[in-house]
Write a protein that binds this ligand. Structure first.
Ligand SMILES: NC(=O)c1ccc[n+]([C@@H]2O[C@H](COP(=O)([O-])OP(=O)(O)OC[C@H]3O[C@@H](n4cnc5c(N)ncnc54)[C@H](O)[C@@H]3O)[C@@H](O)[C@H]2O)c1
Ligand SMILES: N[C@H](C(=O)O)[C@H](O)COP(=O)(O)O
Length: 349
């Protein structure tokens, strides 16, 4: 395999085969222009992809390979991660299919770690049917956090709207006990670094939403904002991080305040993802910031109710491919720019 320097190798995990994942993947790469600037490789099985292509009437060619050395630029490669057939029943929640989703994902993550692929774009999984003795994670983010270097942060992105989470896949009754000054510090530093190296924003401005209604109203409605959030933000601000808040979460998006910041940090999953998906559904991307490998995903799940019908919108998946490539290129530039920084003269006292 000779790697064309201008082509980013995009690994794609197949997700839940009974959902809309393979449809949005095939629809994205059906457009040949995608192959001009990236070389995709789907982790799955070429016979299954051919079957799905036919079933959905999608007109594109897939190219089966058995190892990454056989990767061909200009083609939609499918790496045969397994050989056997899989019984596909669109819309069915099936643990057997869940096993293949995880086989595809874990093989793709290994390829990312070994740098056989430059970035990973994941198609949606079903969080219930993927559970097993070997795989006990509530989502991609949590597994990537364990496998890759760094501290993962779920960052939802659509153009200049970026919403990150302090806590992600935990039940709402556990949020408060997870919110420590240390956690807030780690997450804000992670997003601050990501905005600089992944999004080329030199002096990022970060807003943090209050945990409680009206940020606790001086302790009348909950203590976390005064006792934990404010001291953490004060310390970071004094160290030079442009972090502001906590802001009352209820009106923050409705008033358009989010437009003044490069990222908005929410305390828990639905506090951030409801406004994000309301503003951007169909175009948003889920980016796992903070790790040494780049992974993106569309803003939607398996959508069983429309699977196999050919009506799934693939634009969010396409945006996920674009964002992964952008981040890859920005990180390369950032590394070069920061390799030998000019020494600044120290102040003489
Ligand atoms: N990245 C991921 O792996 C990921 C992301 C979100 C949800 N999920 C999983 O997916 C499963 C279903 O979750 P859910 O129902 O909360 O969310 P969902 O995104 O699958 O569906 C929500 C609604 O949006 C519609 N929808 C979703 N994607 C669409 C598309 N591309 N085009 C048109 N309509 C679309 C669905 O039909 C449904 O009405 C759950 O198991 C969840 O955990 C996985
Ligand atoms: N929270 C994500 C969303 O709603 O889009 C989704 O569950 C995916 O999470 P992972 O990327 O960790 O699988």
């Amino acid at each position: 395999m000779t790697k064309k320097p201008e082509n980013v190798i995009v690994g794609v995990s197949i997700g839940d085969l009974n959902g809309i994942g393979s449809e949005v993947i095939l629809k994205t790469f059906q457009d040949n222009r995608m192959l001009d600037f990236c070389t995709p490789v789907i982790f799955g099985n070429v016979k299954i992809l051919s079957f799905i292509k036919k079933a959905l009437g999608i007109n594109c060619s897939v190219f089966g390979i058995d190892s990454m050395d056989q990767l061909v630029h200009g083609k939609l490669n499918v790496l045969n991660v397994w050989k056997e057939g899989v019984n596909i029943e669109f819309g069915k929640n099936d643990e057997e299919v869940g096993k293949y989703a995880i086989q595809s994902f874990t093989t793709a993550v290994a390829a990312l770690k070994e740098k056989h692929i430059d970035v990973l774009v994941t198609a949606p999984i079903n969080k219930y049917n993927i559970q097993s003795d070997d795989f006990k994670f509530p989502g991609h983010t949590d597994y990537l956090d364990k496998e890759l270097e760094g501290d993962a942060l779920m960052l939802m992105v659509q153009d200049n709207l970026r919403v990150g989470l302090l806590t992600d896949h935990i039940p709402v009754n556990e949020v408060s006990k997870h919110l420590t000054e240390d956690l807030i510090r780690t997450k804000i530093l992670t997003v601050n670094k990501s905005l600089k190296q992944d999004f080329r924003i030199n002096k990022p401005k970060i807003a943090v939403l209050g945990v409680n209604p009206h940020s606790g109203d001086n302790g009348v409605i909950g203590h976390e904002d005064d006792a934990v959030v404010k001291p953490a933000l004060k310390q970071l601000f004094e160290e030079g991080v442009l972090v502001f808040g906590p802001f009352s979460a209820d009106s923050f998006f409705g008033t358009g305040q989010y437009e003044n910041y490069d990222a908005v940090i929410a305390a828990y999953h639905d506090q951030g993802l409801i406004p994000f998906k309301t503003l951007s559904f169909g175009k948003g991307v889920n980016y796992t910031a903070g790790l040494d490998g780049i992974r993106t995903s569309p803003d939607h799940g398996t959508a069983y109710e429309i699977a196999g019908k050919g009506t799934a919108d693939h634009n969010s998946f396409k945006e996920a491919v674009y964002l992964a490539i952008d981040v890859f290129k920005h990180r390369e530039e950032y590394t070069i720019m920061n390799k030998n920084p000019l020494k600044t003269k120290e102040k003489q006292l």
